[in-house]
Design a protein around this ligand. Structure first.
Ligand code: MN
Length: 738
């Protein structure tokens, strides 16, 4: 057994046309040898005289790329593309010439590879995002483009040695950032391992070469042990009638060892599972049979069995994984799979259409839900940086598989929450999601889902998406829907506000909003400000971008109606908004327990500075686009605020909305005091959500509790009861001073 040290495929004698055709024929006897020969000779002639940095003939590169493509057993079109892939960029050949000689399909492929080669991922974030988009677009059109590009990169990485160290490091880093994860996503795990190991060699040479030595030494040491385990597995299998079975030791590749050491801060010696074992059989039934056998031989480690046969990974990977306690008391990882599964595991998407000519490639690509997602986002996300963030996240995160209550499996990026799940089913379910039952247990929205969880969403019609949800969701679908909702909501509240402000101003001019609207005069004004509609005009006023006076100034009124009174404006109405709302109708409640006089359904949130609770005397501040923020009337921030934006509000005591407050208790430190205090708070039917205890120099204890309470009387009751506890010196509600 040898470790997976990447060896260059450069044999002593440079490989040529005969070797290539012989190789392809070994898996595809019907290959179009004429077409391959034509492409070979065409490219050879064009690259004639060109040398690589190493001094060898340039043409050797396209030949080797064609070999890598052939190892993936791709179709003739892909191999021809590999041979031609550098002709347009590096020689005098044109796409028109290629089209005349090889037809439109090959031309599109060569063009695609050329374009991807021109993409640089080293530029600014924004440029990078745009380049990512281009690549995704090329992939969606024809996946073979990216497969040939990956083969090209693989050969470049194998022959990186002669380049300058800075160039080596740059190319290796790009490979690690973009191409290795892509290979992984497409299921090309053999290629992914090679790209990662080669990248490690050039990005962190000291670590790489140290690992090579260590692994070689360890393998020698462990050789006997590995042989023993192999013999035991084989013996057991034969005894139970399994024959013609491949069992092999499976050393981890350097990059994954290094990752593991780095992530868990382990030394090389501590990375115990350097060797896993792989059993390859003929049928799926045999796989499960052998799994049972292994579990009867050695004790399985709970929670380590994974059935990727029943639920394949996003990149089609299928296998059974288990970890058992081996003969020496060590953990052993074992993979059990069929030959077909193994083929898919190594070649990924390539195994799925292989050399079978004439298959609909786009259709094959559509089987990759990951790729579908990318293409979808490409359409959805207008901001290139948002796209980049999402793609990067998705490119690197493993998927988790979640069951619906009906047993359907849905894939999510790791770290997804019930909110992601809810939005994946339906936007309405997402908007009203208040929590979930995961495997029958109620969990909060921020709960992280794990593979195999069954999720049932709990909803309430009163629930609406919150900005904080953006922090707990991982899927772009959920992110987009939440952002959209918040934008619409903000727009709506600004519109309502804008209409009120404008109506009030118009009244002073003896004008009627409704009449102007009917006569189309407001539409004209909106156009005058380059706004699409009256709604947008109102929203701009409510948001504070436009003043009502400016809007009125632009009104194209019959001269008799124009009044010069507007010069008197301002003095007698110091708080116009308050008057507006008083004049408006008085039937509105909010589920947060706040009544805004006359305005229904506005966004309301509680100011962090003073954190008012029901019973506190409060006032509203109309924010720019974020609805109304509720402050305590005593809050110093209120006095600094624009008085035109203050609005009267009151608590709706009919609604019992719980609010969180912080209370500080100073007491003499004595045993059992904490229990007494929490007991008192509990007796008052309040919930402690957080507690922090500290001590002062003079041995006093300072306790900070976050408690959810109903209203001010409730809070006062809690504070006075706390003060009754022996040892308590003082209690107070904590409000941030501004
Ligand atoms: Mn190339």
């Amino acid at each position: 057994m040898t470790p997976s040290i990447p060896i260059s495929l450069n044999t002593k004698r440079p490989r040529g046309l005969e070797d290539l055709i012989a190789y392809i024929k070994s898996y595809n006897p019907d290959v179009d040898t004429d077409l391959i020969t034509k492409a070979y000779l065409f490219s050879e002639k064009l690259h004639q005289g060109q040398k690589r940095t190493s001094g060898e003939n340039y043409f050797q590169h396209p030949i080797e790329v064609a070999f890598i493509v052939a190892e993936l057993q791709l179709d003739t079109g892909s191999i021809v593309t590999a041979l031609l892939h550098d002709t347009v960029e590096d020689t005098v050949a044109t796409l028109a010439e290629i089209e005349a000689l090889f037809g439109p399909e090959i031309t599109a492929l060569v063009d695609g590879v050329t374009k991807i080669s021109q993409i640089s991922f080293q530029t600014s974030e924004e440029k990078q995002a745009e380049n990512f988009r281009k690549m995704v677009f090329a992939m969606a059109k024809d996946l073979r483009v990216i497969l040939v590009k990956l083969a090209d990169r693989t050969h470049n990485m194998r022959t990186l040695q002669p380049l300058r160290p800075d160039k080596q490091a740059r190319i290796a880093q790009e490979t690690l950032d973009i191409y290795a994860p892509l290979a992984n996503r497409l299921g090309l795990s053999a290629m992914k391992r090679e790209l990662e190991d080669l990248s490690l060699r050039y990005t962190k040479p000291e670590i790489y070469y140290k690992l090579v030595t260590q692994v070689a030494k360890k393998i020698k040491e462990r050789d006997q042990y590995t042989q023993d385990v192999l013999a035991m597995i084989e013996g057991a299998l034969h005894e139970h009638g399994y024959h013609n079975i491949k069992v092999s030791g499976r050393p981890k590749h350097f990059y994954s060892i290094q990752k593991k050491m780095e992530k868990r801060n382990l030394t090389y010696e501590e990375v115990y599972d350097l060797t896993g074992f792989r059993i390859v059989l003929e049928t799926v039934e045999q796989c499960y049979g052998v799994l049972g056998l292994i579990h009867s031989l050695w004790t399985p480690v709970p929670g380590r069995f994974k059935d990727y046969n029943a639920i394949p990974k996003a990149n089609f990977y299928q296998s059974l994984h288990t970890t058992v306690i081996g003969p020496a008391g060590e953990r052993i990882e074992i993979q059990i799979r069929t030959t077909a599964m193994h083929d898919t595991a190594e070649r990924g998407i390539a195994a799925h259409w292989a050399y079978k000519e004439g298959k609909n490639v786009a259709q094959e690509a559509s089987k990759f839900s990951w790729l579908n997602r990318l293409v979808e986002w490409n359409k959805d996300l207008q901001d290139p940086n948002e796209f980049l963030e999402t793609v990067k996240l998705d490119l690197f995160s493993e998927d988790v598989y979640i069951f619906t209550p009906k047993g359907k499996v849905i894939e999510f990026p790791q770290g997804s929450s019930p909110v992601d799940f809810a939005y994946s089913v339906h936007s309405d379910l997402g908007h009203h999601c208040i929590g979930a039952k995961v495997n029958g247990r109620i969990v909060p929205l921020k709960h992280k889902l794990k593979s195999g969880d069954t999720v049932e969403i709990l909803t309430s019609q009163n629930q609406t998406p919150h900005k904080d949800w953006l922090k707990i969701v991982k899927t772009s679908k959920a992110k987009n829907k939440i952002r959209q909702f918040i934008k619409t909501q903000a727009h709506e509240s600004s519109k309502v506000m804008g209409e009120m402000i404008l109506e009030k101003e118009l009244k002073r001019e003896d004008l009627k909003f409704k009449t102007l609207l009917k006569e189309g005069l407001l539409t004209e004004v909106a156009e005058g400000f380059s706004l699409k509609s009256v709604d947008e005009l109102l929203s701009a006023i409510g948001y504070g971008k436009l003043s009502a006076k400016k809007v009125i100034g632009k009104l194209n009124l019959p001269s008799s109606k124009k009044s010069s009174e507007d010069l008197k404006e301002g003095k007698e109405t110091t708080r116009p908004l308050q008057k507006i709302v008083e004049e408006a109708s008085r039937k509105s409640t909010s589920r947060q327990g706040i009544k805004v006089k006359g305005i229904g359904d506005l966004l309301v949130h509680f100011a962090r500075c003073c954190n008012p609770v029901p019973g506190d005397s409060v006032i509203g501040f109309i924010t720019r686009g974020r609805g109304i923020s509720v402050h305590s009337r005593k809050c110093p921030k209120v006095f600094d605020s624009d008085p035109h934006r203050l609005i009267d509000i009151e608590w709706d005591m009919a609604i019992s909305a719980e609010r969180s407050v912080k209370i500080r208790v100073i007491c003499h430190d004595r045993p059992g005091l904490l229990a007494d205090m929490s007991g008192v708070i509990k007796d008052q039917k309040a919930n402690i959500t957080r507690a922090q205890i500290g001590t002062t120099k003079d041995k006093k204890a300072v306790c900070l509790f976050t408690v959810s309470i109903k209203n001010l009387p409730h809070l006062s009751k809690i504070l006075s009861t706390l003060e009754g506890i022996p040892g308590v010196i003082s209690t107070e509600r904590v409000q941030k001073k501004v």
